[in-house]
Design a protein around this ligand. Structure first.
Ligand SMILES: [Cu+2]
Length: 146
């Protein structure tokens, strides 16, 4: 009987030590390295929504850049162009993929030069009704295809 009680207590302790699951998880974040004098860099990440409510990516900011915009690359008549996006949906239980040739974070007017292996921290704002949740994303600077 004593052993059973001890086992029960141990099980409870282990269960309580587990960290609660994060509402939002980011995967594969990176910033494409640009030339040393680049006026803007593109950032990519997958944002996974573990909540049971649809969210919307409404804005992004970084202390390392003057402005961060949400962009989409589109091809018109064989020419790639970028269009600013007001917001992007992140469905409940789903994800939003920002990747080359599609949606991306446009990191504009860097306050210092960035090269491969540097790190950029971007804070994204995720909206639900009147509630805004901010999520920090650490994005390593990488050469394309590395
Ligand atoms: Cu862009």
């Amino acid at each position: 009987m004593y052993k059973l009680i001890l086992l029960t207590i141990l099980t409870l302790v282990v269960a309580c030590n587990q960290t609660p699951e994060e509402s939002f998880i980011t995967e594969g974040a990176w910033v494409r390295e640009g030339p040393p004098n680049a006026g803007a860099l593109a950032g990519y990440v997958t944002i996974i929504n573990h909540t049971d409510q649809d969210r919307t990516l409404v804005s992004a900011k970084s202390e390392q850049f003057n402005v961060v915009e949400i962009h989409r690359t589109i091809v018109e008549n064989g020419v790639a162009k970028m269009r600013r996006q007001k917001d992007l949906p992140i469905p409940a239980g789903g994800s939003l993929v920002l990747e080359p040739g599609s949606f991306h974070l446009m990191l504009m007017t860097p306050k210092s030069a960035f090269k491969a292996n540097d790190e950029v921290t971007v804070t994204v704002s995720l909206k639900l009704d009147d509630d805004i949740e901010e999520v920090d994303i650490v994005m390593p600077v990488k050469k394309p295809n590395s």
